[in-house]
Structures are given as C-alpha cells and as structure tokens.
Design a protein around this ligand. Structure first.
Ligand code: ATP
Ligand code: MG
Length: 583
C-alpha cells in the first residue's frame, strides 16, 4: 500500500470503538440492501408467475421488503455518522500536530519557506485529508461491502449469470489504474498551486500599506489572477480526465454486460429445459443496477483519494521536518556569554561572520556597532540558538550552547528585537507573554523604566487596552518601548537590545539610557546601536566590518585610536550639533 495512505489510515486506529460500530452498521445495512431483490425474486417466481395469490404471505413479503429498506437506510446513516466523527477527530489531531510542529521549526525553515504555504498545509491540506475519511474510506468500504454482498447473492441465484456480471470488475479495475496514472501529477500540481494562491494572498495582505503607497494594486491583482488562472487550468485538466474516464466508460461496460445477460437469457429460453426464471432475471438486472453505482462512486472517490494522498504527502513532509532540539542541560545561568572564533553563513556559501570572539560578564555591557548588514543581528540570532554555527563555539558561563537546553537559555535572555512583534491581546498580556507570577506592580514599574507609564496611564483602558494585530494602534517607538518593557519584566540574566531605541525621539532616549543604566546593574547587557552616543559607556565596543571585528575597546580607547569608530563618532556628533543649531 502507498506509505502515505498507510500513515493516514493509522490515525483512525485511535478510534477503535467508533470503527467497530461503523463496521457493524455497514454490514447490517448492506445485508438489508442486498436482501431486497431476493424478496422480489421470491414474490415473482413463487407467487406472481404461478398465480399463487396467498395474500397473507404476500403481505409478509411486502412488509419485510419495506422493513429491510428502512433498516438499510438507518444503517447507512449511522455508519456515515460514525465515519464523519472519526474524520473530524483525525483532522483536528492532524491540525494540532502540524501547528505544534510549525512553531518548533528552526528559524532557518522560515527563511526559505513562505508562510502562506504553511497556512495552506494547516487548512486546505488537512481539509482534503478529511474528505479521505468522510467520503473515500466511508464510501469505499461501504461500496466494497455492498459489491461483495451483491456478488454473493448473485452466485446464490445463478453462478453463470454472476460470472457474466463479474466481467465488469476487471474492466473497471483497468479504468481505475489508468485514472491513477493520469491524475496524480495533475492533482499534485493543483495542490501546489493552491498553496501558491495562499502564499500570495498572505503576502499581499501583509504588504498592503506598501502596495497602496506604491500604487501597485493592479500589478498585484494581475499576479494573483495569473496564479489563479493556472490553478483553474490545472483543475480543468483533472476534470477532463474525470469526465472521460469515470462515468461514460463505466456506463458503456454496463450496457455491454446487460446485453450479455439478455443474450444468455434468450439463448437459455430457446433451448428446452433449463430456462432461467423471470424472477431471477429481474433480480440480476436489479443487482446490476446496484452494482454500477458503487463502481462509479468508487472511481469518483479515486479523485478524492488522489487529493488526500497528495495533501497527506505535503502534511507529512512538514511533520517530518527537523524540529528544534528540546534536549540539553537546564542549568541556572550566571550570565557570562562568550563567542570563540565563530564563523557563520546562512546558506553555507556566503560567509556572514568570520572569527568573531568576545566575552561579556554579568554587570558588563558589550556594544556591537557597524554598518548595515555587517552581521550584528546575526550575532544575536546565533546567541539565541536560532541557527547552528559553522566553526567556533558559543558559551554561556562554562557550557557550550550546543549542550544547553535552548528553552532554558532563552528564558534567561531578555531580547528586544530590531522589529518588535506585538500580539493581538491586551497591553498587559503582551508584557507578560504567558509568564506567570508577574504582578501588575511589576508591569507598571517596567513601563516606568521605559518611559511608557505616562502614555499607558492616560489610555481609557490603561494597561488593559486591547492591542491590534502587529500593534497597529501603537507608534513604532511605542512598540519598541513596549517590547523593551516586555524584556525587563522577566528579570532576565542577560539583556539584549538590538536597536532598541532606534525609533524613539532623542529626549525619550536620554531618559531611557538613564533607566537602562540602572537596569544593567547585575545583568549582562549586549546592545546594538547605530546612534553611538547611546553606547559610549559600554565596557567594550566591537566595530564589525563585513562580519569581522575590525576595532574593539572602550569608547576612550577607540577614540584615541583615531580609527573608523572615531570617524563615525565625529560624524554623528557633528550631525547632532547641526541639528541642535537648526532647532
Ligand atoms: P542592520 O544594522 O541593518 O540591522 P546587521 O548588522 O544587523 O544590519 P544582519 O541582519 O546580521 O546585519 O545581516 C548580516 C548579513 O546576513 C546581511 O548581509 C544579510 O543579507 C544576511 N542575512 C541576514 N539574515 C539572513 C537570513 N535570514 N538569511 C540569509 N541571509 C541573511
Ligand atoms: Mg540588524
């Protein structure tokens, strides 16, 4: 069996009770359905044809026919209910698993995969898998059992006629095989295009301000239309395959078998003695009709099966992605951080960091400065364990990062990222971010330290103010300060500030740097800054140039060196002086 299908089926093994109930209902319903024509046959051959009008017996036959039909309807209904329950359960579990995997994927996965494709896997693909359970498995099993029931009843009536009808099966089997061969590539293409549609949609929604500001609506609409069109064409292709292969061909086979049956009947009727009874012929024609529907249904379901199989492949590919390791020692960190001769590259080719080394102890502050793209944020990402390093070693206290539990390391770090993210929720929720035991007084204290308390206090709902997606109802500076406060409330051993005050006015920044001086006490601080005036009191300053440390030392030493740092600093203080003069 196809491994994907096998794995998908494995999920329903968790519902043994429902499966058994569904199976019993199915058998009952099928038995009742195939018994119907047998009763009619009895009526025709034993009562109608010989003019034997035994009314009580005929009434009993009629009543049992009706009863069996009702039983079969109820059985099929209950059976499909059970299968639906299983399907919903499986899809719910799969979605949970996919999401749980997605949030544990290493950062490098998100660098190379679009978020829309992830969304597509969590929603559309799991939906297609649900169809596998509701329609394919439910119907396929149901029809298969029905088919067996019909064949058995036919054999009981007349083996030769049964063999004529059974000739349908290999013919339909051949159609199914052909269908499978033709449709898999098309279905795969369709699903991947659907994922593209989701990616585009997601990207456009996120980039809406840029699209509108650059008047790019038409171009984006056209791009979207293009993918949509390709998806339509692929769908059409698979519909064409369905259209030719499914119903018409099987209908043709049906007609041929019907002719065979009638020919045999006529031939037997002409010969003396072994004539086939009219009731038997009736039963066969009725069974043949009941046989053709399941066959068409089953070939139809193949289409759904293909969809589910391809969707399953995509979902399992994600589930099998390497997750971030959850192992490693959980030790309380004192806060000493060191890099030793670290080399790193995102793509394994272009070097981004080369031989970077430094040590910061608790109570000290390290500053990273340098041109845009010189590798400052990359150093922070490595420190957080977002990417595995190439050569060298990163140590916390005396343990290499590779041996420590990532979760434990991250919990002792307070990170203020270059572009902070705000979640939908209240301001307080955004500050706490799920960490227990932080009371409101602590939140206000942190807000005070980052100079945000006054602003929050004058909001109508104060700290319970609802924040929108991505913090859209805050200014860029406010978002930064909020993220700063978020880092502080956790009382981290290590505080990392990546351009934490880049969007804040100079006056607020000055107040902040005073608060920061207090916050730094007893902590390890690593700060990245373009505005050099904010880091002059750092214990060590590293100037990065294209991924290498080109100058290092305290502010005084670097100024005395008269190197690149001194140049940059002079330039910036001249700029500040000019600004002051203009104001
Ligand atoms: P800035 O001052 O603008 O924030 P930076 O010093 O923080 O710059 P980094 O973000 O560390 O710079 O980037 C260093 C280099 O690594 C850049 O050349 C960038 O193109 C590359 N880079 C950064 N992030 C990735 C990534 N996720 N995948 C591939 N390359 C990356
Ligand atoms: Mg950066």
């Amino acid at each position: 069996m196809n491994p994907t299908i096998k794995r998908l089926l494995g999920y329903c093994a968790q519902y043994p009770a429902w499966l058994t109930q569904a199976g019993i209902c199915l058998l009952l319903a099928t038995g009742a359905e195939v018994a119907g024509p047998l009763i009619i046959k009895l009526f025709i051959d034993d009562y109608l044809a010989p003019r034997n009008l035994d009314w009580p017996m005929i009434a009993t036959l009629g009543a049992s026919y009706l009863g069996l039909q009702l039983l079969s309807a109820a059985g099929f209904y209950l059976q499909s209910l059970r299968f639906n329950r299983i399907a919903q359960g499986v899809v719910q579990r799969l979605r949970e698993q996919v999401f749980a995997t997605a949030i544990r994927l290493p950062a490098s996965y998100f660098d190379t995969h679009r978020s829309g494709s992830l969304i597509s896997r969590i929603t559309n693909d799991t939906e297609a898998i649900m169809n596998l359970y509701v329609q394919v498995i439910g119907l396929l099993v149901q029809k298969l059992v029905l088919l067996c029931g019909i064949l058995i009843s036919m054999a009981l009536l007349d083996v030769r006629l049964m063999l004529v009808c059974a000739a349908l099966l290999p013919a339909v089997g051949a159609v199914m095989w052909l269908y499978q061969r033709l449709s898999v590539p098309v279905v795969r293409e369709t699903r991947s295009l659907l994922s593209d549609i989701n990616s585009r949609l997601n990207e456009s929604l996120q980039g809406m301000p840029v699209i509108q500001a650059m008047v790019q609506e038409v171009r984006f609409a056209n791009q979207f239309a293009e993918v949509n069109q390709r998806h339509w064409a692929a769908r059409l292709k698979s519909l064409k395959i369905n259209g030719i292969l499914l119903r018409p061909l099987i209908d043709l086979f049906y007609m041929m078998v019907l002719i065979g049956l009638l020919a045999l009947f006529a031939h037997e009727g002409a010969s003396v003695g072994g004539a086939i009874q009219v009731g038997v012929l009736y039963a066969f024609i009725s069974y043949l009709g009941r046989m053709i529907e399941p066959l068409i249904e089953m070939t139809n379901q193949l289409n759904q099966l293909q969809q589910a199989m391809v969707a399953g492949e995509r979902v399992f590919a994600l589930l099998d992605e390497g997750r971030e390791s959850t192992e490693g020692a959980v030790v309380p960190l004192a806060g000493r951080v060191s890099f030793q001769e670290v080399d790193f590259s995102y793509d394994g080719q272009q070097p981004v960091l080369q031989g970077v080394g430094f040590t910061v102890s608790p109570g000290q502050m390290l500053a990273l400065v340098g041109h845009t793209g010189s590798g400052k944020s990359t150093i922070i990402s490595l420190l957080m364990g977002f990417y595995p390093i190439g050569r060298g070693e990163i140590r916390f206290d005396d343990s290499p990062l590779a041996k420590l539990s990532l979760a434990a390391v991250r919990r002792s770090i307070g990170l203020v990222q270059q572009d902070p993210f705000i979640f939908v929720g209240t301001l307080a929720e955004n500050l706490r971010l799920g960490r227990d035991g932080i009371d409101e007084a602590r939140l206000w204290q942190a807000l005070g330290e980052v100079q945000l308390a006054e602003f929050v206090a004058q909001l109508p709902d104060g700290i319970e103010t609802q924040l929108e997606e991505g913090g859209k109802n805050l200014s860029a500076g406010q978002r930064q300060l909020l993220s700063f406060a978020r880092a502080l409330v956790g009382d981290p051993r290590i505080l990392i500030l990546d351009e934490a005050t880049a969007s804040v006015d100079s006056q607020t920044e000055l107040a902040l740097s005073k608060a920061l001086a207090a916050a730094r006490r007893g902590r390890t601080t690593i700060a990245i800054a373009h505005r050099l005036s904010t880091i002059v009191d750092a214990d060590e300053i590293l100037l990065l140039t294209r991924g290498q440390v080109s100058e290092r030392g305290s502010h005084q030493r670097l100024m005395a060196q008269q190197g690149h740092y001194a140049q940059l600093f002079e330039m910036q203080s001249q700029g500040a002086w000019l600004e002051e003069k203009r104001a």
